[in-house]
Design a protein around this ligand. Structure first.
Ligand SMILES: [Zn+2]
Ligand SMILES: [Zn+2]
Length: 461
């Protein structure tokens, strides 16, 4: 890696040049610059060549993460436009507007993908202006959502906008949630929380908006659900993945291992989960249903990974996320059906923490269990294993569906259901956990519950 710097004609405009090769892939390369007092506008532009790596079907991918003297001002992950403008009132999507504090700022080039054999030559242009601004700050007022009380609420926990690499803006994303009649929606742009203020202004009595981001690291992706502050994601810069998970939990959020068996490098940079100390380590949530069930989603392997962790006595909760990046092309998206005390962000998060949810593209399921002590629990809960009887109610199944009762990873019972119905079944004595799947004729999951855990809380990690 080589670097040079030159001032152009204006004292507040300069260029940094450098060269990278594949040895510099998956690094965070800092460039510091001084912002003087009175600055009103910052413009940054990264240009690099070649974009398409010789002999590959993939582009090299460099992204910018910007820090002012006090903290992170955002990133715009995997967007073809790697230029940005920030003023007190305006910022390019992905970044946060606000006063330009005088002092040392740092822009990092995040080298998500640098493929051999080429050298990449880049230029980083920095232009700082102190001209007066005639802009007005957009007013994003957080909308209120009316209480509805205890019940089932349906929503998406994973989606993107053009604040990172999606094709649509925040209002279009919110309209998608309304078109599908969702009760809540979470926006999880890659490595930034810049869209959340606008998102929250678009909530209403029909739709709760929830905070989040997708921590898009070089060796795995994780969702920070319910967290509205920027979360450090750059593993190896003084932070480990278990520490990141702990920080997300300390902020009241939920750390979810996202699409762990998705295709990885170089197709999708860092998309499959490689953190050996987080198998599952201190993670307790895993996204087993990401986007379409069928095809190359890796969902089947994700489900198997989850079942394997359950068999090792980890009390893992499964989630679904569409990971939507633009107008949906199919109508059978997997959503989360959450049993919460109310339609508030904290109640939805609490219910997800406890595993009080199932994942479905249509079928409705209610799974509970009772024992001879007359203890009665729902999915996500633990029950002591004295003659446990399972109770399942279903609706909106299809003739071609099969309902499977899974105990310790194996099928113990199958039903070819009517559109609605119910069954009760005694669990075998050796049962440690039990879930219910609804599968299509092709074998794709159309719904899956979270587990009922058997054996008392002490039996579970
Ligand atoms: Zn991802
Ligand atoms: Zn995503």
């Amino acid at each position: 890696m080589t670097r040079t710097e030159k001032n152009l004609e204006h004292p507040m405009r300069f260029e940094l040049r450098g060269t990278l090769n594949d040895q510099n892939s998956k690094q965070h390369i800092p460039h510091e610059f001084a912002v003087p007092a009175g600055a009103t506008k910052l413009f940054l532009k990264l240009e690099y060549s070649p974009h398409r790596a010789t002999g590959h079907d993939y582009d090299n991918m460099l992204c910018l993460t910007l820090f002012d003297p006090e903290g992170c001002r955002g990133a715009r992950h995997n967007n073809p436009d790697q230029s940005l403008t920030i003023t007190e009132f305006f910022a390019t999507p992905g970044y946060t507007p606000g006063k330009l504090q005088a002092g040392v700022w740092t822009v990092f080039i995040d080298t998500h993908r640098v493929l051999p054999p080429d050298d990449i030559h880049y230029t980083l242009e920095i232009d700082i202006s102190s001209e007066p601004l005639d802009e007005i700050a957009p007013q994003w007022t957080k909308a209120t959502v009316k209480a509805r009380g205890r019940g089932w609420y349906r929503g998406d926990l994973h989606g993107h906008t053009l604040h990172s690499d999606a094709s649509w803006d925040v209002p279009e994303f919110v309209q998608y949630a309304r078109n599908y009649g969702l009760d809540f929606v979470t926006l999880t742009d890659h490595n930034t929380v810049s869209p959340l203020a606008q998102l929250d202004s678009l909530a209403g009595d029909d739709l709760l908006t929830m905070g989040g981001s997708e921590l898009t690291t070089y060796h795995g992706h994780a969702l920070a659900l319910g967290v509205r502050q920027w979360q450090e994601w750059r593993v190896g810069t003084g932070i480990t993945m278990p520490e990141i998970a702990r920080q997300v939990k300390d902020k009241g959020g939920i750390f979810v291992i996202a699409h762990p068996k998705s295709m990885g490098d170089p197709d999708c940079t860092g998309c499959d989960w490689h953190y050996l100390e987080m198998m599952p380590g201190n993670a307790r949530h895993i996204e087993v249903w990401n986007g379409d069930w069928a095809g190359e989603s890796g969902n089947k392997k994700g489900l198997d990974l989850w079942y394997g962790w359950l068999n090792k006595s980890y009390r893992m909760v499964a989630t679904a996320g569409t990971d939507i990046h633009g107008p949906p092309s199919n109508s059978s998206l997997g959503f989360n059906y959450v049993f919460a005390d109310d339609l508030t962000e904290s109640d939805i998060l609490n219910a997800i923490k406890q595993g009080h949810l199932y994942l479905s593209s249509g079928p409705r399921l209610e799974l509970s269990a009772r024992n001879v002590r007359l203890e009665h629990v729902m999915m996500g809960d633990v029950i002591r294993g004295d003659d446990v009887t399972l109770s399942l109610h279903w609706q909106e199944c299809q003739n071609s569906d099969v309902i499977r009762i899974i105990v310790n990873g194996g099928v113990i019972h199958e039903v070819f259901p009517a559109e609605r119905g119910m069954l009760e079944r005694a669990l075998p004595d050796e049962a440690d956990w039990c879930v219910v799947e609804v599968r299509s004729k092709k074998g794709d999951v159309r719904a899956v519950t979270n587990p009922i855990f058997v054996g008392g809380a002490a039996a579970w990690r």
